[in-house]
Design a protein around this ligand. Sequence first.
Ligand SMILES: *Cc1c(COP(=O)(O)O)cnc(C)c1O
Length: 411
Amino acid sequence: MPTINSNYLNLKAGYLFPEIGRRVSAFAETNPDAPIIKLGIGDVTEPLPEACRVAMQKAIQDQGKAESFHGYGPEQGYGWLRSAIAEHDYKARGCDISADEIFVSDGSKCDTGNILDIFGPGNTIAVTDPVYPVYVDTNVMVGNAGPAGDNDEYSGLVYLRATAENNFTPQIPEQRVDLIYLCYPNNPTGAVASKAYLKQWVDYANSHGSVILFDAAYEAFITEDDIPHSIYEIEGAKTCAIEFRSFSKNAGFTGTRCGLTVVPKGLVGKDSSGNDVALHGLWNRRQSTRFNGASYIIQRGAEAVYSEAGQEQVKGLVSFYLENAKLILEGLASQGLECSGGVNAPYVWIKTPDKMSSWDFFDKLLSEAHVVGTPGSGFGQSGEGYFRLSAFNSRASVNEAIDRIAAKVSV
Ligand SMILES: *Cc1c(COP(=O)(O)O)cnc(C)c1O
């Protein structure tokens, strides 16, 4: 009998979304006529942009003719897509990122986990609290986190507390850490990082020899002018940061699957003898061995995001969700609820009224307003006493949800 990776036994039960599902099903069973509105999980609801669908249909036709058929593509992604990304997402914002520093994938959730393949054991890992749970669980799986303590936190991780007092941008730690996960605009708080704040991180990372793993999945939702869309807008980031991006939230690719990772050529780690080794080469080797590239059809769909029509349509999608977010933010604030986020992100982060626990507030909204959100405590202990509502739903459902919450909750 083979042994197993016993690090998996250190994982806390995947509690949050199954528990939400369990409570919603139980409620629906006893209240079959209650019209439940779900503003819980972070999945988009609007259809794919037409430009992407047309490009994918054409790509399917290509696959039907020997002259234009595509078999295995480059593991790093097709050159035409990597160039379009470099041009539109980086050069246009003044970031010196070239096409061959970009790796196309089937989504950024897997990349944020897979990246640990190229880092060794014994690194000190910092995560924010609250946090996107993937960063924590993938570190548990490779043995970086150790067992969970009584408070459900892992002894091997450094937790950076994101609170209302620090505008959900945690203080830079005193101690040295090797890897730092940052996600801005943030899931779940909807907070953003200013240039000055990210500059502090970049300076910290360069002076301590740390690597920042920057998740920019929500950059398209930034509406304020002075907020950076990429970590590479910060001077010095090319020697200390890897960036993850996704077509999931801007272009609605959650079910279509395409993302990308930027590993700058000048970025290094240390081997066991203390010599510098370029991370770009390691990631290239990792992807070439374990990955055979994203689908040709899907990459054509992603390329169309950068066409004139695609840009227009993506802008439309993002504005639609941002208008939902604004309605939620203003609707709840007018009831006296303390809310943040929702301006540069599709999430509104709500402080529960009367010091209610996150789960008590969840139960109250479900039973009284028939609205489902996500308890903040599911993202970490600093999320206790908070609640996340997502802007991913129809306008009618969002308006209805706000009216129902207003009728049931005011402070
Ligand atoms: C949605 C999301 C992603 C994107 O994941 P995909 O695998 O590309 O769909 C990445 N990071 C965060 C924090 C997200 O919320």
